[in-house]
Ligand binder design. Structure first.
Ligand code: GLU
Length: 411
């Protein structure tokens, strides 16, 4: 099993060293500053009580409040949540948001829970972490298998505890509860902008470009839609059960129509390939948009894409990053490519704080400006400092935080 926390710490250390920081800064930033483990009793529909374990990790709050999603997944671990909170710091640093990174997770399988059980779990989690979070402390959001409905319950529970309406406590809410236009599609929009930049560098026209997407959740499904609309050919998609492939291009509108709320669709088709086969398809752009550790030293040599854009958090191991970089594959790392979600979350929080709401064009324009600036900063470091794209992204991502730590006199 590849240890995502250890892998992150290795690159954080390299990045801080290259930026000229010493062991004290590395010692502080390689671990979250705060980690809360909670036990959440939930009354199930059959009358029994199950006790769930959850976490909230705050990497560092020198720049500002911490920010990041909450995932509901059976595979959640303390180490994973810690790593995810560090990645959030890097995303916020690259996008130049006034936040540090945070992340939460609950070990559960929402696919096996009823609507009301999920509501009780979401509210119980907020009660358990309420001391630690808040609009100026730590701001949660959606992540794997959580959505705007879950954000609505969490916001409602927090507002009840505090006894005033607190839309700025959480982002990714439904629009009627202070959610932002464009938040639902934001991660995919950001990935689209990165694909355009990467195709431009490789001189591949978007028209007819062959795209393979692993995962058909929030990021993967909207990405398939936008790529299809842009005239690219989405030749492969997948979910947890398997993958679909058609070298002429899949019927994306049909697949979007048939997917369930967890992104399952391949079970409706007889001719599927495996997720492993999907990753090795002959294509121009491969987008891992599912979970961690999908591209490893075992399959990196077989990947045929010339561009990889990481929409998921942590899909590629460090060894695989090295193999792909040596092979000349252009890799746009997760902490840059998937920053669209937290960027529009930031817009949502700003709108909640000011009580004035922007239209979708304004959101899309601002998102584009921030994503492209992030890309240019990372690409520039990649070229001038002769480091791979992942290390370049970490250098850009951790720079502001380290400076803030210094100014505050913590190290
Ligand atoms: N969960 C998303 C991420 O990993 C979004 C976080 C947010 O909007 O705060 O980037």
């Amino acid at each position: 099993m590849n240890d995502v926390l250890h892998a992150t710490q290795v690159v954080i250390e390299q990045a801080l060293k290259r930026l000229g920081y010493g062991d004290d800064m590395i010692e502080l930033l390689k671990e979250p500053i705060r980690l809360l483990t909670v036990r959440i009793p939930v009354r199930m529909d059959d009358g029994t009580t199950l006790v769930f374990t959850g976490y909230r990790s705050q990497h560092n709050d020198a720049v500002g409040p911490t920010k990041g999603g909450v995932r509901f997944h059976p595979g959640v671990t303390e180490k994973e949540v810690k790593a995810l909170s560090i990645w959030m710091s890097l995303k916020c640093g690259i996008a130049d948001l006034p936040y540090g990174g945070g992340k939460g997770g609950i070990i559960c399988d929402p696919r096996k829970m009823s609507f009301r059980e999920l509501e009780r779990l979401s509210r119980g989690y907020v009660r358990a972490i309420s001391q630690l979070v808040g609009p100026t402390k730590d701001i949660p959001a959606p992540d794997v298998m959580t959505n705007s409905q879950i954000m609505a319950w969490m916001m409602d529970e927090y507002s009840r505890i505090r006894e005033f309406d607190s839309p700025g406590f959480i982002t990714g809410k439904p629009i009627v509860l202070g959610g932002s236009k464009g938040r639902e599609t934001a991660t995919a929009r950001g990935v689209v902008i990165m694909i355009h930049e990467a195709l431009r560098l490789k001189a591949i026209p978007i028209e007819g470009a062959r795209i393979v997407i692993q995962g058909f959740g929030n990021a993967g499904s909207y990405l398939a839609k936008f790529m299809h609309e842009a005239g690219a050919r989405v030749i492969g998609i997948s979910d947890v059960n398997g993958a679909l492939y058609n070298k002429e291009g899949l019927d994306i509108p049909h697949l979007l129509d048939r997917r369930d709320s967890f992104g399952n669709v391949t079970n409706l088709f007889p001719n599927t390939i495996t997720n492993e086969q999907l990753l090795e398809l002959d294509c121009d752009v491969l987008v891992p948009a599912a979970i961690e550790n999908q591209i490893t030293e075992l399959n990196a040599g077989n990947i045929q894409a010339s561009i990889i854009v990481e929409a998921a958090n942590g899909p590629t191991t460090l060894e695989a990053t090295r193999i792909l970089t040596d092979r000349g594959v252009l890799l746009i790392p997760d902490v840059l490519a998937s920053a669209g979600g937290v960027i529009v979350s930031y817009f949502e929080w700003v709108q909640n704080n000011q009580g004035y709401y922007w239209d979708e064009d304004e959101i899309d324009h601002k998102l584009k400006v921030m994503m492209i600036r992030g890309f240019e900063n990372v690409y520039d470091i990649h070229q001038t400092r002769k480091v791979d794209m992942r290390l370049a992204a970490y250098m850009v991502g951790v720079r502001k935080m380290a400076e803030a730590v210094r100014y505050r006199g913590w190290v």
